[in-house]
Design a protein around this ligand. Structure first.
Ligand code: NAP
Length: 284
């Protein structure tokens, strides 16, 4: 019966492109958990009411996506230390009517990079020593990525964002406990190529239109050991990924990050180990 089922969903604007429902529903069904995962299209004005609706005990909580990962923080009762440090929440858990905020994007990205054989590590820790990370974007997803990459010990962290001031603010926060080199640019054509670079697209450029956040001539400067990661997964093959493959650079879309951040969210809601293979099959 529907009334016995727990609710959980994705809060964002837009949400229609998301694969989270198929990922999470497959996991609930596989473990026999009576829950259904919905898409909750939510504007900025609607956000407080939407978050309030999660307090009902029939609700596991929610995922939060573009553009609300920062705005949701003051609406919650408790913020997990990692999410507070990052300043972005992508997972909300309801416990006895109180709302807890977590960030699974950051560990999810590191697990995804491990899966693509970037850096060294095991399920618990990833080391990216010797790498230069180039982050395109300075929004909610980039925040998680920046703290994760800094924590994994990248040698250099470059932010490229059209509003330079946003990148600089994020850079100042990251530098509070990061001893590596940090640079900010507002023009990707100024990017210099470093060996062992990881270029991560954390902008929505390529999500709605067939365009790339990086000019082709910029990508041509990078060595064959460069890894390109596009957080976008729908479409599966963005313009950036096509540019990368045309230059024989290793590249992957954001499905692996979606998988790992989603598995971590699932465990927070249910207290159970996520059925990773089931979730992977639902996505790929
Ligand atoms: P967000 O908070 O709204 O941030 C968007 C960022 O992209 C901002 O830095 C913004 O720059 C920049 N940007 C937006 N439109 C742009 C344009 N036309 N040209 C250049 N820069 C532009 O969004 P978000 O939550 O970080 O999400 C970013 C992307 O990552 C989305 O596509 C989302 O779906 C994806 N994502 C994927 C996963 C996954 O699991 N695979 C997880 C999280 C996010 P300004 O600061 O200059 O405005």
């Amino acid at each position: 019966m529907i009334s016995d089922k727990r609710r959980v969903g994705l809060i964002g604007d837009p949400v229609a492109h998301s694969y989270s429902p198929r990922l999470q529903q497959a996991a609930f069904d596989a473990l026999g958990i009576a829950a259904y995962y919905e898409l909750w299209q939510t504007s900025g004005v609607q956000l407080p009411m939407r978050v309030q609706s999660l307090r009902n005990v029939d609700c596991f909580g929610a995922n939060v996506t573009i553009p609300h990962k920062k705005a949701v923080l003051p609406l919650l009762d408790h913020i997990d230390p990692l999410a507070a440090h990052i300043g972005a929440v992508n997972t909300i858990v309801q416990r006895a009517g109180l709302l807890w905020g977590y960030n699974t994007d950051a560990p999810g990205l590191l697990l995804a990079l491990q899966e693509h054989s970037v850096g060294e590590g095991n399920n618990k820790a990833t080391s990216l020593q010797g790498y230069t990370a180039i982050l395109l974007g300075a929004g909610g997803a980039a925040r998680g990525a920046a703290f994760a990459l800094a924590g994994a010990g990248v040698e250099r962290l470059l932010f490229v964002n059209r509003h330079l001031d946003r990148a600089q603010l994020l850079a100042v926060e990251v530098q509070q406990d990061y001893a590596g080199i940090v640079l900010c640019l507002d023009d990707p054509s100024l990017l210099a190529a470093y060996p062992a670079s990881i270029i991560i697209n954390a902008t929505p450029v390529g999500l709605h239109e067939d365009s790339s956040p990086l000019p082709t001539e910029v990508l041509s400067r990078f060595a064959p050991d460069t890894f390109i990661y596009d957080m976008i997964y729908n479409p599966a093959e963005t313009s950036l990924l096509r540019q990368a493959r045309a230059r024989s650079l290793r590249a992957a879309n954001g499905l692996s990050m979606l998988l790992h951040q989603g598995a971590l969210s699932f465990t927070l809601w249910t207290g159970k180990e996520a059925p990773l293979d089931v979730m992977r099959t639902a996505l790929y």
